[in-house]
Design a protein around this ligand. Structure first.
Ligand SMILES: Cc1cc2nc3c(=O)[nH]c(=O)nc-3n(C[C@H](O)[C@H](O)[C@H](O)COP(=O)(O)OP(=O)(O)OC[C@H]3O[C@@H](n4cnc5c(N)ncnc54)[C@H](O)[C@@H]3O)c2cc1C
Length: 369
């Protein structure tokens, strides 16, 4: 496994359940190197985590969503689904511990610099100390940039939109709320709206994470200063959450998040690609942990089948497993993202803060599925 994020760890745990002890390599030395941000985990993620043996009861559970646009807002209960919040650091540490407990060899502070190729087939990775880690199969789960995947020829389809995301975390005296905000009034400059949405997620302790996501279908997307858009969003919610907008306790750089299965190919003769590296994040919400865990599980299943069969043919089933898990959602995303990036879609979104019916529809389309 290249990468011990949600995708790499769920692949490793799936292999362990099948009696195979994999090696996981992770370039960061400790989960403390990750940003402090709180992650909003949807029901898919919660179910997968429970299957990975991770106790989800300790998560900060959400019961309501508040849609807001300027002075309007609508609050909806989460009916069909459950949602929880966990810091990225805690998620990473718990997944890694689960992998170690189930027999995986997790090597922290070790980066893969290039694939190790033998007679035309990938048979492991060259590590940053120059050594070679040989393996029969490789699961590439190195995140959105996926340098390892790119060196094996994976590419992002230009005709499928991507998302741009950024987040920052602040101390707040309201971090114990069990409600998260969805902000529908993002601005790229004073009174100039931009499509996309923001979110405010309380971690149940002392901090809240504010994030924004913008589709690449926005006009002049490369010219949008995401940090500026986030700054405006933060200032707009500062009084409600009692945060100091000028003093984030953690801030990340903007990241390009491939979504909707836009990366190809995701399976080769001896490797499969999972998680953000395979664009498994939800195209409408940008929520990615659930998709990463599911695709990691599919990757682990395909690799275990190949090992059991003593042949690499079962790896090709991985594409089918992924299509079954995400196909419908990916098709919806490909149609909806261009509309959302357009002014019409952008205006339609704002009605969720004015109408219970639209708020309910948006919730069903994104989170409460
Ligand atoms: C600002 C922002 C906010 C987000 N908020 C949410 C949210 O609230 N809820 C949600 O569900 N999703 C959220 N997401 C999406 C979510 O974080 C990702 O979809 C998810 O983490 C993908 O998991 P992954 O395992 O594929 O990749 P990652 O989590 O990126 O893990 C990849 C791992 O591989 C390691 N790695 C990379 N290269 C190498 C190498 N060469 N050798 C060894 N190791 C390597 C990295 O260090 C990393 O640990 C957010 C994304 C962004 C950008």
């Amino acid at each position: 496994m290249i990468g011990a994020g949600p995708a790499g760890c769920s692949a490793a745990l799936t292999l362990s359940r099948r009696g195979i002890q994999p090696t996981v390599i992770e370039r960061i030395s400790s989960s403390d190197e990750l940003p402090m941000r709180a992650l909003l985990l949807d029901e898919v993620a919660l179910q997968c985590l429970a299957e990975c043996g991770i106790d989800t009861a300790m998560l900060h559970h959400m019961t309501r969503v508040r849609f807001s646009h300027r002075h309007h807002h609508r609050v909806r209960e989460l009916h069909k689904t459950s949602a929880g919040v966990l810091s990225e650091r805690a998620l990473s540490a718990r997944l890694r511990e689960a992998c170690e407990a189930s027999g995986s060899d997790v090597r922290m502070g070790v980066a893969a610099t290039a694939p190790y190729v033998e007679r035309g087939f990938v048979r492991g990775a060259i590590l940053d100390d120059g050594s070679v880690l040989r393996s029969e199969f490789v699961v590439i789960a190195d995140g959105a940039n996926s340098t390892f995947g790119r060196s094996l020829g994976t590419y992002r389809r230009r005709d499928i939109p991507y998302l741009l995301a950024i987040a920052a975390t602040f101390e707040s005296s309201h971090a114990s709320r069990s409600e998260f905000d969805v902000l529908l009034d993002l601005e790229r400059s004073e009174r100039e709206p931009v499509a996309g949405y923001g979110w405010v997620v309380p971690d149940g302790g002392q901090s809240v994470t504010v994030g924004i996501v913008i589709p690449s279908t926005v006009r002049d997307v490369e010219a949008v200063n995401l940090a500026d858009v986030l700054g405006r969003a933060v200032r707009s919610i500062a009084p409600r959450w009692e945060i100091d907008p000028d003093r984030p306790i953690s801030a990340s750089r903007s990241r390009r998040l491939p979504v909707g299965g836009s990366v190809l190919p995701i399976a080769g003769p001896t490797f499969v690609v999972a998680g953000d590296a395979a664009a498994s994040a939800d195209p409408l919400s940008g929520i990615g942990v659930g998709g990463a865990l599911v695709s990691g599980t599919c990757a682990g299943t395909a690799v275990a089948d190949a090992i059991d069969a003593g042949a690499s043919a079962p790896l090709q089933n991985y594409t089918t497993l992924i299509r079954e898990a995400f196909g419908q959602r990916q098709r919806i995303g490909r149609v909806a993202l261009p509309i959302l990036g357009h002014q019409v879609g952008q205006r339609a979104l704002t009605f969720a803060a004015r109408s219970h019916i639209v708020a309910e529809a948006l919730l069903r389309a994104t989170f409460d599925r």
